[in-house]
Design a protein around this ligand. Structure first.
Ligand SMILES: O=C(O)CCC(=O)C(=O)O
Ligand SMILES: [Fe+2]
Length: 320
């Protein structure tokens, strides 16, 4: 498909799909790229990742999905192009309204032997750093219950053996976790813990420490695994119960997910924050900007990057 055809195509969701998203907390998998195209793109991105000359954060401490993995859409063209793709943005405007920001992207690798990701839900993303990273406008003086919509794209195959995502449909409206509780970081714990016989953790944290009820357990019988081909994506509320399986598969195989996170422009991103410390590392936000992917920003809450560090122009999609 040529770029011109893509731009004139409309990927907005049907009313049925919107209703399904509201009920289940996710839609997908949806196809964003042909598998061969995705593999070619990932091979190129992979080779560009070590070059941090234009990245907004330096290489950081931390393992696995470390903080230094964040926001490479601000310096790698193929990722800049990815986060503003009409196939993503049109669907999201159907769900979140016409004015939209991409505020974060991050890589989620699973290498052979890696633990699965703990079951979790994120509304404010204060879970690791201790400070809210997104804040919805308040209702009746109390912060509104929010979250972000994540588009998790399989850059490689994502299988039962190599650590595919798992979701629990319909769990996005109520939090089982209190993100303000705080968790202890322990780099040594990475890949070392088992929970109910499954090797799982949260990149050096233990998400169970945030449980509102310490005696509660996720009901695994509600969960289903999301096997995806390269180029497929799932779109879900970050408040949906989600996790991933451990990588128990072949030594040659690895899983790479790329999560891009979106909120409407009325949401404040990193409110009152210049620096984020989490996952045993830290980032300074002096070069950070959100990306306006659709519509306009009439709120002015957030710094908005109009182009990437390499001059890629972020042209917002206009609703038609
Ligand atoms: O890929 C994973 O294992 C976890 C992804 C995740 O938690 C997210 O995208 O919010
Ligand atoms: Fe998550």
């Amino acid at each position: 498909m040529t770029t011109i055809e893509q731009e004139t195509q409309d990927f907005r969701l049907s009313a049925d799909d919107v209703a399904k998203f509201e009920r289940d907390g996710f839609i997908g998998p949806v196809k964003l790229y042909e598998p061969e195209d995705m593999t070619e793109r990932w091979n190129s991105v992979r080779k560009q990742l070590p070059d941090r000359s234009k990245a907004i954060y330096p290489e950081g401490a931390g393992k696995a999905s470390s903080i230094s993995n964040y926001d490479r859409h601000l310096d790698i063209d193929l990722l800049s192009e990815h986060i503003i793709k009409p196939q993503i943005v049109d669907r999201l405007t159907s769900l979140l309204g016409p004015d939209l920001l991409c505020w974060r992207s991050e890589f989620f690798p699973k290498f052979p032997g890696d633990e699965g990701t703990d079951w979790h839900q994120a509304a404010t993303f204060a879970h690791a750093s201790g400070s809210p990273q997104i804040l919805w406008p308040s209702e009746d003086g109390r912060p509104a219950f929010g979250g972000t919509v994540t588009v998790w794209t399989a850059f490689t195959h994502s299988t039962l053996d190599n650590g595919c995502l798992q979701l629990m449909p319909g769990t996005h409206k109520q939090m089982n976790y209190d993100e303000s509780k705080g968790m202890e970081y322990d780099a040594e714990a990475f890949n070392e813990r088992e929970k109910d016989g499954i090797k799982r953790g949260f990149f050096g944290y233990d998400y169970r420490q945030l449980q509102k009820d310490p005696n509660w357990k996720p009901d695994e019988s509600q969960a289903f695994p999301l096997v995806m081909k390269p180029g497929e994506a799932v779109i879900f509320w970050s408040t949906l119960m989600h996790a991933s399986l451990p990588h128990t598969g072949s030594k040659k195989d690895y899983r790479m997910g790329y999560a891009a996170r979106y909120v409407p422009t009325q949401v404040q991103v990193y409110p009152g924050t210049d620096e984020v410390k989490e996952y045993g590392g830290g980032i300074v936000l002096d070069q950070y900007g959100t990306v306006l992917v659709a519509g306009e920003d009439t709120y002015g809450h957030n710094r908005v990057a109009t182009e990437s560090q390499r001059g890629f122009k972020f042209v917002p999609r206009q609703s038609r």
